[in-house]
Ligand binder design. Structure first.
Ligand SMILES: C[S@@+](CC[C@H](N)C(=O)[O-])C[C@H]1O[C@@H](n2cnc3c(N)ncnc32)[C@H](O)[C@@H]1O
Length: 292
């Protein structure tokens, strides 16, 4: 008996917007990502020790592994629908719940061609077509990355981005999705979180024109950073964030990732967080955030 072929959906035949030329297997992309992270950490450690020769050798190994470009291609593949999808769809969902994003007809009624209501800085942006980019009338996006993959993404190191010099240059939302874990040094991770607070607007909860969920930080980390580290658990993460002036508003975990939305409710205090063991076990990792 002839086997009847299943009808393919329309989307099946449609080419995706950015299909990598050669699709990596998930095993390949995981290996590239892990090797890149490991080498980045070794490179940072060599620099800390002042061993320039070793640092140079590790830089060559990073390039041999494909460098940042191939790492980004591997990460982008992790964003494809069949591998869990674009993390900003969770941000959009939460912003809708908080009425930061409204339905298009509500916006059309209240805006007559004016500028977007809120501004978002996406650090570590891989695509200008992710979910958070699909509501331009409401959220004006500024996307940066160490290596821009095309128009709409500025090549810039967040740690070197000039601080806002006027309220026009600050943001309602900063997104750090799978970026903090990219930073190889625990103190630099703390610096990155501290720096975020300087890009968020400061009229917290006072202005009636702003939504009370804002200003906010969207933070996404691989789940093992929080669930399986000797030096960080969720309690400590929330404590660090509280010291920096953030209150948790939304949280979600999947088998691979943890997503958080924090609203900045007050100014950071000067509490430091050192590297200290919060638990131990043979198969645990050493992910850590140090705030100086
Ligand atoms: C794993 S990718 C994550 C991309 C995307 N946000 C996601 O959720 O899939 C991490 C990206 O962060 C970028 N990145 C890391 N540190 C950065 C920094 N200091 N400034 C700008 N981009 C940075 C890297 O270049 C890389 O493209």
């Amino acid at each position: 008996m002839a086997v009847k072929k299943r009808q393919k959906t329309l989307s099946h035949g449609r080419p995706p917007l950015s299909r990598p030329k050669e699709r990596m297997s998930s095993q390949q992309s995981r290996t590239i990502i892990r090797t890149h992270h490991r080498l980045q950490k070794e490179h940072a450690a060599a620099l800390r020790k002042g061993d320039a020769r070793l640092a140079e050798e590790i830089s060559r190994a990073i390039e041999k592994n494909g460098g940042l470009k191939v790492y980004q291609a591997a990460s982008k593949q992790g964003q494809s629908k069949d591998r869990g999808g674009d993390s900003s769809k969770v941000l959009v969902e939460w912003l809708r719940e908080a009425n930061v994003i409204q339905s298009d007809n509500v916006v059309d009624e209240h805006m007559d061609g004016g500028s977007a209501v809120y501004r978002c800085l996406e650090v570590g942006a891989l695509s200008p077509e992710n979910e958070i980019s699909k509501v331009p009338k409401q959220i004006q996006m500024t996307r940066i990355d160490l290596n821009s993959q095309g128009p709409g993404i500025e090549k810039q190191d967040f740690m070197k981005r000039p601080l806002p010099s006027s309220p026009d240059e600050d943001f309602d939302i900063v997104s750090l999705s799978l970026v903090l874990n990219y930073v190889p040094d625990p103190t630099q991770r703390g610096e990155m979180l501290k720096r975020v607070t300087r890009f968020l607007h400061r009229d917290m909860g006072r202005s009636t024109t702003r939504n009370s969920a804002l200003p906010a930080l969207f933070l996404v980390l691989p789940l093992p950073c929080v669930e399986n580290s000797r030096y960080l658990d969720e309690q400590l993460l929330l404590q660090i964030m509280e010291n920096l002036g953030f209150a948790l508003t939304n949280k979600k975990t999947t088998p691979k990732l943890c997503y958080y939305l924090f609203s900045m409710t007050r100014r950071p205090n000067l509490t430091k967080t050192d590297k200290r063991k919060v638990r131990d076990g043979p198969l645990m990792n050493n992910f850590c955030i140090v705030v100086e």
